[in-house]
Design a protein around this ligand. Structure first.
Ligand code: PMP
Length: 369
C-alpha cells in the first residue's frame, strides 16, 4: 500500500512496517491471546516487550551504563516541571533560550527553582541563530543548565552539544531532545539528562522518554509527585505506576526498525543520520536556489528535522497547501506562531518523500512565479 508523505511536526509519521506489524499483532500478540493494550504491565509478556525495548534503545543510542532509561508519561511539557522538581534542589538553574520550547521551559521552571537565569538567548535575532556556547557564562553553583537541542517550531538545531566542562561549568546539561531523538548520535559525555516525547521520532503520543545519569537521582523536592520522582521511577523499572504500555510497544517496534536500517555502510542511528543529512540538504538547497521560497535560519543552525519556510508571496499559501495535499504531501502548514510552511523530516520520512516535495515546490514556483 502506498501512503501519502506526511510532514507533520508531531504526532508524526510512523514507519509503515511498524504500523503493519502493530496491526498484525493487534488482536493476538505472539500467540498470547491478548493484544498489547490488554496485557498487565506486570505480566511476563509485557515485561519481555519492555525489556527488549529498553535494551534496543540503549544499544541504538549507545547509552552508557551509568544512565537510567525511564519510560514515563506527561510529554515534554510535563518534563518542564518534572526536571526542576527533581534536579533544581530549589536553587539556581540556567537556561539558554533558542526558541518557543526552551522559552516555555524556563517559564515553567520559575515555579520550582529559587532563581532562573536565562544566560543566553537567540530572541534578538528572531531565533534564527543559536547563541555561541563559547560566550555563555553559566551561573555559579547552578543545579543544571537546560537547552532545547532541536527547536521544533523555529527550526534551529545544535549541531554539537555544548561542552559545559570546557566552559568551567560542572552543572549537568539537560537537553530537551523531543524532536530529534534518534535522528543522530548523542554525546553522552556532555549530558546529565535528556527528555523527549515519543510522538515525533519514536512512536505514538503518551510515552515520554527520560535518560538520566544515576548521580542525579534522589534529589527530588518534597513536593515532587511520587510518580514523577525519577528515583522512584528508576527503582521500579518504570513500573511504579502503569507505564504507557502501547507507546512502549510501538516505540520498541520502531527501535527494531531503526536497527534494520542501512545507509552508506552505516546501520542504526548512524544510518539514519546519513539519510537525514541528505534529506535536509535536498530541501534546503531547493529553498536557497529559489527566489520564490525562503528559510530565514542561519545555515550552521538549521534543523535537519524541522524546516520552516515561507513563500515570498504569502497570498499563495492556501493554494500551495491545497496543491500539496492533492499530490499526497500532507501537513505542511507552518506553526501558527511562525506562519508559512514547515516540513518535518523525521526518521520515517524517506528521501523519496522529500524529493516529491521539492518537485512539487519547483512546479508550483514555475506556475506562479
Ligand atoms: N519540546 C519540544 C522540542 C517539542 O517539540 C514539543 C512538542 N512539539 C514539546 C516539548 C512539548 O511536548 P508535549 O506536547 O509532548 O508536552
Amino acid at each position: 500500500m502506498t501512503r501519502p508523505y506526511n510532514f507533520s511536526a508531531g504526532p508524526a509519521a510512523i514507519p509503515a512496517e511498524v504500523l503493519e506489524q502493530a496491526a498484525a499483532e493487534m488482536l493476538d500478540w505472539h500467540g498470547s491471546g491478548m493484544g498489547v493494550m490488554e496485557m498487565s504491565h506486570r505480566g511476563k509478556e509485557f515485561i519481555s516487550i519492555y525489556e527488549q525495548a529498553e535494551a534496543d534503545l540503549r544499544e541504538l543510542l549507545s547509552v552508557p551504563s551509568q544512565f537510567k532509561i525511564l519510560f514515563m508519561q506527561g510529554g515534554g511539557l510535563a518534563e518542564n516541571a518534572i526536571v526542576p522538581l527533581n534536579l533544581s534542589r530549589a536553587g539556581v538553574v540556567d537556561f539558554v533560550v533558542t526558541g518557543s520550547w526552551s522559552q516555555k521551559s524556563q517559564k515553567e521552571a520559575r515555579k520550582y527553582a529559587a532563581e532562573v537565569n536565562v544566560i543566553a538567548s537567540g530572541e534578538a535575532n528572531g531565533f534564527t541563530t543559536l547563541p555561541d556556547p563559547a560566550a555563555w557564562t553559566p551561573s555559579r553553583g547552578a543545579s543544571y543548565l537546560h537547552i532545547c537541542s532541536n527547536e521544533t517550531i523555529n527550526g534551529v538545531e545544535f549541531q554539537e552539544l555544548p561542552d559545559l566542562r570546557g566552559l568551567g561549568c560542572d552543572a549537568p546539561l539537560v537537553i530537551d531532545f523531543s524532536s530529534h531523538v534518534a535522528s543522530r548520535p548523542v554525546d553522552w559525555s556532555r549530558v546529565g539528562l535528556a527528555f523527549g516525547g515519543a510522538q515525533k521520532n519514536l512512536g505514538p503520543a503518551g510515552l515520554t522518554l527520560v535518560i538520566v545519569r544515576e548521580d542525579l537521582l534522589g534529589h527530588a523536592l518534597p513536593a515532587c509527585p511520587s510518580a514523577f520522582d525519577y528515583k522512584t521511577v528508576a527503582d521500579n523499572h518504570s513500573m511504579y505506576n502503569t507505564p504507557p504500555t502501547w507507546g512502549i510497544y510501538v516505540a520498541g517496534l520502531t527501535f527494531q526498525w531503526l536497527k534494520r536500517q542501512r545507509e552508506g555502510g552505516h546501520s542504526g542511528i548512524a544510518a539514519m543520520e546519513q539519510r537525514n543529512i541528505a534529506k535536509a540538504r535536498l530541501l534546503y538547497d531547493a529553498i536557497d536556489q529559489s527566489q520564490f521560497y525562503v528559510n530565514k535560519v542561519a545555515a550552521n543552525c538549521r534543523s535537519r528535522m524541522n524546516v520552516p519556510f515561507f513563500l515570498r508571496d504569502e497570498s499563495r499559501n492556501d493554494a500551495f497547501l491545497a496543491g500539496a495535499k492533492e499530490r499526497g504531501l500532507l501537513q505542511l502548514k507552518g506553526h501558527k506562531s511562525v506562519g508559512g510552511m514547515r516540513a518535518s523530516l523525521y526518521n520515517a520520512m524517506p528521501l523519496a518523500g522529500v524529493q516529491a516535495l521539492v518537485d512539487y515546490m519547483r512546479e508550483f514556483e514555475q506556475k506562479n512565479a
